[in-house]
Design a protein around this ligand. Structure first.
Ligand code: G4P
Length: 284
């Protein structure tokens, strides 16, 4: 969360991931179900190349369930297996291993056809900071223990953890930088808390969030703040209404915009506006 991504850090992260990738058969890419595009790393396709990959959309408890299903269809229509997980409760976790087995099947079939003795499938988890990599690893591992002793060729300290008979998980996730160069992605990342929102103009961030909610889910604003808005209400007006409802008024009756903005940003991030997805799947 506190990583500041400077070019040197990116180069180091890239080198580390390339090393880690060379050890595994399947890559499990973790993204945030509320922002399935913005939470991707811009270079991962290039780094993973043709290695089998599974996209795990995490934090589904905070995302719109209808849109989450649409996102799964979207990725699957692009030929990438995608699944929905909540790494806090463990919902959807069983599917992860099944998806990894499916992704590795062509490789396993090839070994068998060559008469090679099959070994456990090796997998790793990659993703941008704060997407839930550690939470997912902890949930997947459960009571399983890291195997003692490093395998040959593995950097000291790295351990394989057995997830049942046939899958081994690299205990260290691959950490990659987010897409902060793209303003829309940066907005999504800041609004969900994946990157620090202090680097943004909070007023612009809050108004953009309100604008997105007006467009995609005005009912949530009505429900949470008791304001009478629809798709045509300007964001500034919605902010004014919220400020009035929540008593964000300075002496002299002036609206305290900053206070109202902070309320909306905090409550969205905390899930108090309900399960919401900021990014819609691209139209086919
Ligand atoms: P990372 O290793 O990818 O950096 O992420 P990590 O597991 O540390 O998770 C980041 C935050 O996201 C944690 O909250 C964690 O509890 C939360 N989280 C992970 N998976 C899920 C999920 O499926 N649903 C929900 N609702 N939350 C999830 P935290 O420690 O409180 O950090 P923060 O919220 O203060 O940033």
């Amino acid at each position: 969360m506190d990583i500041q991504w400077f070019p040197g850090h990116m180069t180091k992260a890239k080198r580390l991931i390339v090393d880690q990738l060379s050890l595994v058969d399947v890559v499990c890419e973790l993204r945030d179900a509320r922002i399935p595009l913005a939470s991707a790393n811009p270079m991962l396709d290039e780094l993973v190349k043709k290695k089998p990959r599974v996209i795990v959309l995490n934090k589904t408890d905070m995302a719109d369930p209808v849109l989450s299903k649409q996102w799964v269809d979207y990725f699957q229509s692009a030929g990438i297996q995608a699944l929905l997980v909540d790494s806090i409760t463990g919902k959807g976790l069983q599917q992860v291993k099944a998806a990894v087995r499916q992704a590795a099947k062509p490789m396993l079939d090839k070994w068998t056809s060559k008469g090679l003795r099959p070994r456990a499938i090796r997998m790793m988890i990659v993703g941008i900071p704060n997407v839930g990599k550690s939470s997912l690893i902890n949930k997947l591992v459960g009571k399983a223990k890291a195997k003692t002793g490093d395998k040959p060729g593995i950097t000291k300290g790295k351990q394989w953890i057995s997830l049942g008979q046939d899958i081994e998980l690299l205990d260290t996730p691959g950490i990659l930088w987010p897409k902060f160069d793209d303003p829309q992605a940066a907005f999504c990342l800041a609004a969900t808390g994946a990157i620090k929102d202090e680097v943004f103009d909070r007023e612009a961030l809050g108004l953009k969030l309100i604008e997105t909610l007006i467009r995609q889910a005005p009912d949530r604003l009505v429900k949470r703040y008791g304001v009478n808005v629809d798709e045509t209400t300007p964001p500034e007006e919605v902010l004014r209404l919220i400020a009035t409802r929540r008593g964000c008024i300075r002496p002299g009756g002036v609206i305290d915009q900053e206070k109202a903005i902070n309320i909306v940003l905090r409550e969205f991030k905390g899930g108090e506006l309900g399960a919401l997805t900021l990014e819609l799947p691209p139209a086919k």
